[in-house]
Design a protein around this ligand. Structure first.
Ligand code: NCD
Length: 307
């Protein structure tokens, strides 16, 4: 990867995406070793700068950096000088002065990671900005799909649910179409962006009609924390029309896989029994996320010297 930063999938070519996935495949077996560490980023410092809550993404970046032997700092806005009114710029300049080599940032404002690149010399990795981009999530999803189905090109993938508020959907759709998958967005009209038809995808409001034609069903969480008005009558109503339960699952072809980026709202976009039945692929996403983030950090920070 020749990039200075990883801000969005739109910054990458198909070859670069494949390089990241292949590098991740090479690094994945580090997790199977008794000593889960390689020394490629020894002496480098990675800071996780999280302005939004996170479980798996923050822990995943932390483990990825530690498995590459980097030093890791975890900054969360809660409990920091942000509560005293410190701006993102001043926080960034403070980190820069302390000599961090890479900043992994999650922020509720779209564009915050790009803004950060104007202030610091460190490499910047976007770990989710508003409803804009979440590139490492899309990369780990592609990795997981490729690992289970052997390819991306030509696969029929539906991304279902709250597309409007989803940075995961924006990154994933770009990555899938870049590698030649056929993508359908399915969801209530109130949760589909008006311009979705310009994304190079098919748009549908009929989940039951879409399911029998799929290789991959990708479920999204209903992001209530980003909703400032009512997009559907109730969670129960959403579950009835858009939730995937055992009956709906019967419509999926044999061999199709179900993914979810987590955290799941059991009983809303997915029933508890379906979530449990598909836990293997969903936990694979989490496992693969570490290898993919190792690959991203390695390619940005360590590639040349380590090669
Ligand atoms: C996603 C996020 O934060 O954008 N979660 C994640 O990173 N695994 C999706 C979500 O919160 O629904």
């Amino acid at each position: 990867m020749t990039r200075e930063h990883l801000l969005g999938i739109d910054d990458l070519t198909a070859d670069e995406v494949t390089t990241i996935l292949d590098t991740a495949a090479g690094l994945a077996d580090v997790a199977a070793r008794p000593i889960k560490k390689v020394p490629v980023l020894r002496g480098r410092t990675v800071c996780n700068l999280f302005y939004e809550d996170s479980t798996r993404t923050r822990i995943s970046f932390e483990l990825a950096a530690k498995r590459l032997s980097a030093d890791v700092l975890n900054f969360s806005a809660r409990g920091s000088s942000v509560s005293k009114g410190e701006s993102l710029k001043d926080t960034a300049l403070t980190l820069e002065a302390m000599g961090v080599d890479a900043i992994v940032i999650r922020h509720s404002m779209s564009g915050a990671p790009r803004q950060l690149t104007r202030w610091v010399g460190a490499k910047v990795v976007n770990a989710g900005d508003g409803a804009h981009q979440h590139p490492t999530q899309a990369l780990l999803d592609l990795y997981t799909i490729r690992a289970h189905l052997g390819r991306i090109e030509g696969l029929r993938v539906a991304v279902c649910g709250d597309i409007e508020h989803s940075r995961v959907a924006r990154s994933l759709v770009q990555a899938l179409t870049l590698l030649g998958a056929e993508v359908t967005l399915v969801g209530p009209p109130t949760l589909l962006p008006l311009h979705a038809a310009t994304w190079g995808v098919t748009v549908s409001h009929d989940l039951d009609a879409v399911l029998p034609k799929l290789d991959v069903l990708y479920l999204l969480r209903v992001q209530s924390e980003r909703m400032h008005r009512q997009h559907f009558p109730s969670a129960r109503e959403y579950a009835r029309i858009w939730g995937v339960d055992r009956d709906r699952m019967a419509r999926l072809p044999e061999g199709a896989i179900v993914l979810h980026p987590g955290p799941m709202n059991r009983g809303v976009e997915v029933s508890a029994d379906v979530a449990d039945a598909h836990a293997r692929v969903i936990t694979d996403q989490v496992r693969n996320g570490i290898a993919v983030r190792m690959a991203v950090l390695y390619l940005l920070l360590g590639g040349e010297e380590a090669a």
